[in-house]
Ligand binder design. Structure first.
Ligand SMILES: Nc1nc2c(ncn2[C@@H]2O[C@H](COP(=O)(O)OP(=O)(O)OP(=O)(O)O)[C@@H](O)[C@H]2O)c(=O)[nH]1
Ligand SMILES: [Mg+2]
Length: 682
């Protein structure tokens, strides 16, 4: 793998990932400028970047979805996937990663962002994606940058390997030494760095740093180890080969540095990608793609664009996708692609067939979903990977501002979910609410903005209703008598029921002990129906549970009795009886598991206790060094916005899952407030 710089190595697909706001989109901009794909480098702050060209990203000055841009570097097509850094949009990154060749993890010298970095590196480690670290914002760094590895190493399971060291003029970083090339460079703003002689203090520091880089490589190369022990300088090509091999095998994570805003270090990064990152053959091997005559394609992301309709961003892992290809999805159905497009941020441009290794957008594949494996073969191919979305942590009720948009809202939500499976839409049949479950405040806010911007549906959101119930504490025997004499035909139904509390979780039971036909058999189901209807809305305003109702007596009229009359009698008995049974409110309690770095465990415990939670204990999180799992029982009403506090206590990385556990009585002032609010709402 010579460093001659002209080797044709085929198309690449590289993910730009990293903690929130570390400079990924700016780096993409720098790459596009440096490779001549754009004339002028835009900025995130001015809203002029290719990566954040979407309306919502521009508005919030952060990436809220992945974006894709292809460019040409030294005769090869490079497609970059600029992933959002916010944990709320992490699924875009996770679903795209399986098909990339390598990832550039853009990070900063910021202690507070180390936990986020750990989370991202872990994802890459688990998916076995070769990765570089790009230490960005070096224009702001100081001499402390020497400690970068000490600060960042705990976030990585594989050894960080410093590939470059900074050079200074006074306190300011003015350039770097590439330890593999053994060359010194001085940064030029928005231009390629210039080679300068490596001498003096820089040469001394280079020697030490290079030796420690070689030592790290030698951990996995005995021959190199011997050379180092015998003080033999290893040939440069051997060092590059080792770098490439150990990167590919995930043994090391090389660290490069630069400044995305000034386009410093960007060319070196591109060259490192060119020479060291593997190509599509390696990605295909990692995913177990069996190459044959047919093309195999992985869908990294689904988009519904305003102009082009549905687009499936896909990497061709083997074979060729011709224009108008018939692509068979997992269900065995084939859809015809309306075209093969080159993506460049928000714009797409029709192009010719796509070869193995290329990352393109395929138009109008109606059934294709993010994460699908598609093939040009007649028969479906087994999915290469499954990337389930993270469980939702925050919910909001959504309603169209105008009634006439109700149907449109439903259709638009389907499209949003297709784009982003980490958004889950549930219809609550009891409250008739449409509930969006998502990954956080910003995630849900962006969803409502998209509904308005892209689909023209204005929506209002509200906190979803808590699933309160009520029950009774005392039994009663109650008569319900419905009698109406108006003109000709009258109405008559008369029942006596026993109403009794049942143990928690029993639900509802109906029985009858009618003898002598005082209530004719055929009317008994109507009585039950009336009872069920009445129980949907108890005296406190909520559905009634854990009660047994037994029909014990009644009377009828040969002419005036009817199903309807007995239904009404059943309802009356319940409506009149329940208020005398000491009704009590029940609130849902969930079993909650919070995961967090262990320096935040005490804070998490305090948050849970402060939200009426009952701590059940905590453990170390399995296979997560330095993390804990805290278990607790918590009322549903307190889980609503729990994620906001959990994230702020954990530098954004803590999360939780929850599962319904039981219903629990709620009395006193909190209960009175809930009942009063319910009455007011009605
Ligand atoms: N000083 C300095 N600032 C930078 C550099 N790179 C990015 N920034 C600034 O950092 C902020 C975030 O940059 P982005 O490019 O949006 O970062 P990002 O990683 O794409 O952010 P998300 O996608 O939202 O996670 C912006 O204000 C940039 O101008 C850099 O090299 N030096
Ligand atoms: Mg970004």
């Amino acid at each position: 793998m010579a460093q001659n710089g002209n080797s044709q190595r085929g198309p690449r697909c590289i993910a730009l990932v990293g903690p929130f706001q570390s400079g990924k989109t700016t780096l993409l901009e720098g790459i596009l400028a440096r490779t001549g794909a754009i004339q002028r480098q835009g900025t995130v702050d001015a809203g002029t970047t290719v990566g954040d060209a979407g309306k919502e990203s521009r508005h919030h000055r952060m990436s809220v979805e992945l974006s894709v841009a292809s460019t040409d570097f030294m005769g090869d097509i490079y497609t970059f996937i600029d992933c959002p850094g916010s944990v709320e949009f992490v699924h875009d990154m996770r679903a795209a990663l399986p098909a990339v060749d390598a990832a550039v993890v853009v990070c900063e010298m910021d202690e507070k962002k180390v936990p986020q970095l750990q989370l991202i590196l872990r994802e890459l480690e688990e998916q076995k994606i070769p990765r570089f670290l790009f230490l960005n914002k070096i224009d702001k760094a100081d001499a402390g940058v020497h400690d970068a590895l000490t600060l960042l190493q705990p976030a990585s399971r594989s050894k960080l390997l410093l590939r470059q060291i900074p050079t200074f003029s006074g306190e300011i970083i003015t350039g770097f030494v590439d330890l593999a090339l053994e060359r010194a460079f001085v940064y030029k703003e928005h231009a390629a760095s210039e080679v300068i002689p490596l001498e003096g203090d820089a040469l001394d520091r280079e020697k030490t740093a290079r030796f420690s880089m070689l030592e790290t490589l030698a951990d996995h190369d005995d021959e190199l180890m011997e050379q180092l022990l015998e003080d033999i300088q290893p040939p440069r090509d051997k060092v590059f080969d080792d770098l490439a091999k150990e990167l590919r095998e995930g043994l090391v994570c090389p660290v490069l540095m630069g400044s995305a805003t000034r386009t410093n270090g960007v060319l070196r990064l591109l060259k490192a990608l060119r020479h060291e990152s593997p190509g599509v053959a390696e990605a295909a091997k990692r995913l177990g793609v069996k190459s044959g005559a047919d093309a195999i394609v992985y869908v990294m992301k689904t988009l519904h664009t305003a102009h082009g309709g549905k687009m499936s961003i896909a990497r061709v892992l083997s074979g060729t996708v011709p224009e108008g290809a018939q692509l068979t999805g997992p269900s065995g159905n084939a859809d015809r692609a309306s075209g093969v497009f080159k993506m460049f941020g928000q714009s797409s441009e029709k192009r010719g067939p796509a070869q193995a290794g290329e990352t393109v957008a395929l138009g109008k594949l109606d059934r294709a979903k993010t994460g699908d494996t598609l093939t040009t073969a007649k028969q479906a191919t087994a999915p290469l990977v499954a990337v389930p979305p993270p469980p939702p942590v925050l919910a909001a009720g959504l309603a169209a501002k105008e009634r006439k948009d109700d149907v449109k809202l439903g259709q638009a939500l389907n499209k949003l979910v297709e784009e982003d499976p980490s958004l889950v839409i549930v219809h609550n049949p009891e409250t008739h609410e449409v509930i969006a479950h998502g990954q956080g405040e910003m995630h849900l806010r962006v969803a409502t903005e998209r509904l308005a911007d892209r689909f023209g549906v204005a929506v209002a959101s509200h906190p979803p209703q808590v699933g309160y119930r009520e029950t009774i504490r005392k039994p009663i025997t109650q008569r319900g008598r419905h009698k109406k004499q108006s003109g000709g035909h009258g109405q008559f139904g008369d029942v006596v029921v026993d109403i009794k509390p049942l143990p928690r979780g029993s639900g509802f039971k109906f029985d009858e002990k009618i003898t002598g036909g005082v209530v004719p058999r055929n009317y008994i189901p109507s009585v039950e129906e009336g009872v069920i209807t009445a129980l949907k809305h108890g005296p406190l305003g909520f559905p009634v549970v854990d009660v047994a109702v037994t029909l014990i007596d009644g009377s009828y009229h040969t002419v005036d009795s009817s199903d309807m009359a007995f239904q009404l009698a059943g309802r009356l008995a319940i409506n009149e009886g329940l208020p005398q049974c000491s009704p009590v409110l029940l609130e849902p309690i969930h079993h909650v598991e919070v995961v967090c770095p262990n320096d935040a465990t005490a804070k998490i415990n305090a948050i849970i206790s402060g939200r009426r939670g009952q701590l059940l204990g905590f453990d170390t999180r399995e296979e997560w060094n330095g993390w804990d799992v805290v278990r607790a029982l918590m009322p549903e009403s307190e889980i609503g916005d729990l994620i906001i506090e959990v994230r702020s206590a954990t530098a954004g990385v803590g999360s939780f899952t929850f599962k319904f556990d039981h219903m629990q009585e709620l009395t006193g002032k909190p209960a009175d407030q809930i009942v009063a609010a319910r009455r007011a709402a009605e």
